[in-house]
Design a protein around this ligand. Sequence first.
Ligand code: FES
Length: 162
Amino acid sequence: MDPADPANPLAPRAPTHNAVDFDALWTLGAALMADGPVVTAEEVDEVAEDHGVPRAHAWMALSYAPNVQVERTADIAVAVCCARCQLWGAGDLVADLLALRDARTAAGRLSFDLVPRGCLNRCSDAPVATGVLDDGVVGFVNATAAQVTELLDAVEAEAADA
Ligand code: FES
């Protein structure tokens, strides 16, 4: 069914963004697999640099490289759907979250690992992300970096009060 068709129960909104060229993502995914099975965040960034593409593209390609994991460095993970949610801004969200992660890490604030994924099953509310904490999972629909910031600030404040 046409994704712009209002009768489409999975995405009853017209797309707002274009998807990244699939062949390009596949090529990036293959490069990541060659570096895998575990890669550092810096190695993901290097793949983007080597291919002359925006940093977010190499991160998005991780969702097409199931044999590759990014080395975990934080207690909190934020998974982002990089499947059809691309049509509603998942690529911009990945770029925003990378910038947020870097800024918080540089400032010594509570940060997170970014984990690109396939469909997270809330397609009609794209873009979709989840925050995975030790004690639960938080879902973000129409997800933004501001929502993730709010979660991190709340966890940080709770830890300070404990
Ligand atoms: S395609 Fe993104 S949640 Fe399903």
